[in-house]
Design a protein around this ligand. Sequence first.
Ligand code: ADP
Ligand code: MG
Length: 289
Amino acid sequence: MSKIEVKKVYKSFFNSGDTVDIADTADTVDIADTADIADTAGYLSADEKSISVLEDINLKINEGEFVCLLGPSGCGKSTLLHLMAGFDAPTLGEIMIDDAPVKGPNSKYITIFQNYGLFPWRNVLRNVEYGLEIKGVNKEDRVEVAKKQLKTVNLWQFRDRFPVELSGGMKQRVNLARALAVDPEVIFMDEPFGALDAITRIKMQEEIIKIRGNNNKTIVFVTHEIDEAIFLADRVIIMSADQGKIQKEIKVKLVRPRDRTNPDFIKIRDEVYKELKLSEETGMLQYYI
Ligand SMILES: Nc1ncnc2c1ncn2[C@@H]1O[C@H](COP(=O)(O)OP(=O)(O)O)[C@@H](O)[C@H]1O
Ligand SMILES: [Mg+2]
């Protein structure tokens, strides 16, 4: 369990499509040198060579909290997640995990993507063992941990299969087991169930809540599915498309497992819809998949 703090974060990309090299930026961007953030942000937005994707993002995620970043495609969810996971550096501002600035990817934080990222040449068991191999854990201990995690996701009997022989839901469960095997402090997930059919997706949502019940990891989960966010999260962070800002935070205090047909669930859903519709009325936000 870790806490995460996003402090006055701005991110812009160069129009050329170049990404900023985290190694270069980490050393050169110093918030103390950019005393007037508002001015600087204006400069960044106005600069024709760069597009501003995130502006003045401030967010505190508590230890063991499950936070969903919700918003339409292109609003900057993945960008924000990548900054937190250390794959890229903010243009301005700072991200802290457990009071230490994020300088790059760290094995304490695992990221799960939509496209599974399993090694096709390794069977299920050896895929789950992978992170432990990197850590130098011996074979016997690796198998023991992998077995526990594969049992958690109900795939132990499929340990000898290769990814090509698995359904999308199974692949994502292997991915989850692989992430849990290294016992990370934080799990970042970027639309992990986006490629799954609706029914498998609901099952995976239920599964992740069950798994999480046993080990309160801090989870930051990106989605554009309103129901998914309300089903999963302690707190839903709604991001707005037009400015790359946090538009609203909604706490979800419903007991788990949640019932999507429950009037309280529907009330929260209405609140989220209203929030997104309000922006739509201004003509600036298109909510699409
Ligand atoms: N490396 C990059 N270079 C240039 N523009 C980028 C880069 N990554 C993302 N963007 C732009 O930033 C915006 C937000 O992207 P992203 O964070 O992927 O949104 P989301 O995950 O909410 O769909 C988009 O307009 C996208 O085109
Ligand atoms: Mg994305």
